[in-house]
Design a protein around this ligand. Structure first.
Ligand SMILES: [Cu+2]
Ligand SMILES: [Zn+2]
Length: 231
């Protein structure tokens, strides 16, 4: 009823005429804009932040799962168990693409959005994808458990959709005179690789549902407020 009056005001046919009319209409439009913005912002938050990812490695006699979990401080906790390599240290990197059309060879170079040289995981100047080496023991098992400060599951350093590659040799962290040292760590061939995918978790789904419900409630609240103000 009241809203109809405002709309008809715009058509110069309702009870609101004269100087007051455009102000009401302007206020109504502003409130609707704010309501729309609130709903859109909530919708954008809904499931936008990825908190966990997973890679399955399976090939060349090597297999395992590696998980990436976002910590509260923004760093990423990398955990997993991989089996099948003789005892030793092997290069472990995020490569630029998730393209496995030609096996691990088509995953491109190390993920390097900042155009830096190859480095050690603790170096500030490194490829974002430089996760160093993983160590396999005499039972051909690597228990992976470290925190990385540069890889992310969202934003510019996002590794989702890229490839995790395990190499045949040891990463020299860009510290030797070998011509490939500052490009790849001279870590040798690519033994096995897998694409980093989103890992779902029940709390995430619950959060999304909560956000959706709150968006709806916010929209209803804003609409009610508009109705009350305009009455
Ligand atoms: Cu690599
Ligand atoms: Zn690198």
């Amino acid at each position: 009823m009241c809203l109809n009056a405002i709309f008809s005001c715009n058509k110069q046919a309702g009870p609101f005429t004269g100087a007051l009319c455009p102000d009401y209409f302007k206020m109504f439009k502003t409130l609707m804009f704010v309501a729309a913005a609130v709903v859109l912002a909530s919708a954008h938050d809904d499931g936008a932040e990825i908190k966990q990812a997973i890679v399955k490695l399976d090939g060349s006699g090597v297999s395992g799962l590696v998980k990436f979990i976002k910590l509260d401080d923004g760093k990423v906790h990398v955990t997993g168990k991989v089996t099948g390599m003789p005892a030793g240290q092997y290069g472990f990197h995020i490569h630029e693409t998730g393209d496995l059309s030609n096996g691990c060879l088509s995953t491109g170079g190390h993920f390097n959005p900042n155009g830096h040289d190859h480095g050690h995981p603790h170096d500030e100047i490194r490829h974002v994808g430089d996760l160093g080496n993983v160590e396999f023991d005499s039972t051909k098992t690597a228990n992976i458990d470290f925190i990385d400060p540069q890889i992310k599951l969202n934003g510019r350093h996002n590794i989702i959709g890229r490839a995790l590659v395990l190499h045949a040799g040891t990463d020299d962290y860009g510290r030797t005179d070998h011509p490939d040292s500052k490009k790849t760590g001279n870590a040798g061939g690519r033994v096995v690789c897998g694409i980093v995918g989103i890992l779902s978790e029940e709390p995430l789904k619950a959060n999304s549902a909560a956000v959706s419900t709150s968006s709806l409630l916010t929209a209803i609240s804003v609409y009610s407020l508009i109705a009350i103000v305009l009455h």
